[in-house]
Design a protein around this ligand. Structure first.
Ligand code: ADP
Ligand code: MG
Ligand code: MG
Length: 251
């Protein structure tokens, strides 16, 4: 079933009107994993941010349909309620707020918007603790302050935990693998796989073949100068690693 359909999407920086996205086309069906690769500055993060409704960018052309609705007409909060979430490249530290309280608040905020009953601390604990296994985290992780003193790998795992708790249908992961050692990368890759169900999909931005080998995306796309210039399977990423972007460039 079709989840996201991006057609000829163009966007500029709101402030300067500098064009960044120049006609992106991408279709994501339920249960698929899509990876977007591309040189620094090709527009990958901008694409991700435009999908979640980031105010820094203005849409200048094209369309985005999400679960049959016009995504571009939805407020960022409405997109989140509809199950579209993005993990952030640099998560914030929230002093004095425990991880479980933060997750509980975020979860209840979404439940409220969906018109569903909120969960109290004890019920929420019952809901969240089985999900810790997914990210290979101990229970005491929940009682630490959000992101405070987390290692790089813990931060990433916590982001995945957030996506799992919120009930994400399309998870957008921007360089979830940056700065991780091999063990942390394997954990994060397994956690990402844990998000995947026949109904859920993932759109991930990455530079690394290694993560792709763990996760085995359905499609790999190469972005160049604000457009997707090539789509294929893992073999694209292998050529890329060996020969660089010029070997698969669209130009
Ligand atoms: P990538 O994630 O592929 O490295 P980005 O989407 O971050 O690329 O950026 C693409 C281009 O758009 C870069 O040249 C970047 O400097 C520019 N850009 C992105 N966002 C902004 C912004 N908010 N203001 C000014 N320039 C921006
Ligand atoms: Mg970059
Ligand atoms: Mg980026």
């Amino acid at each position: 079933k079709l989840l996201l359909e991006v057609k000829d999407l163009s966007a500029v920086v709101s402030e300067s009107k500098q064009p960044i996205l120049k006609g992106v086309n991408l279709t994501v069906r339920q249960g698929e994993v899509h990876a977007v690769m591309g040189k620094n500055g090709s527009g990958k993060s901008t694409f991700a941010k435009v999908l979640v409704g980031h105010p820094d960018y203005e849409i200048t052309g094209g369309s985005v349909t999400y679960k049959g609705d016009n995504l571009l007409e939805m407020e960022p909060e409405e997109r989140a309620v509809a199950g579209l979430f993005m993990s952030f490249q640099s998560p914030v530290v929230i002093p004095g707020v425990s991880n479980i309280d933060f997750l509980n608040m975020a979860y209840n905020a979404r439940r409220r918007k969906l018109g569903q009953p909120e969960l109290g601390p004890i019920e929420f604990y019952g809901y969240v603790s089985p999900k810790l296994e997914l990210v290979n985290m101990k229970v005491d992780f929940l009682n630490r302050n959000v992101n405070e003193g987390f290692s790089g790998g813990e931060r990433k795992r916590n982001e995945i935990l957030q996506l799992a708790v919120l009930g994400t249908e399309l998870a957008i992961l921007d360089e979830i693998d940056s700065g991780l050692d091999v063990d942390a990368l394997r954990d994060v890759a397994n956690a990402v796989k844990g998000l995947l169900t026949p109904e859920n999909s993932i759109l991930m931005i990455t530079h690394y073949l290694r993560l792709l080998e763990f996760i085995k995306p359905t499609f790999i796309h190469i972005m160049e100068d604000g457009k997707i210039v090539k789509t294929g399977d893992i073999s694209i990423a292998k050529i890329l690693e060996k020969e660089g972007y010029k070997a698969i460039s669209g130009s």
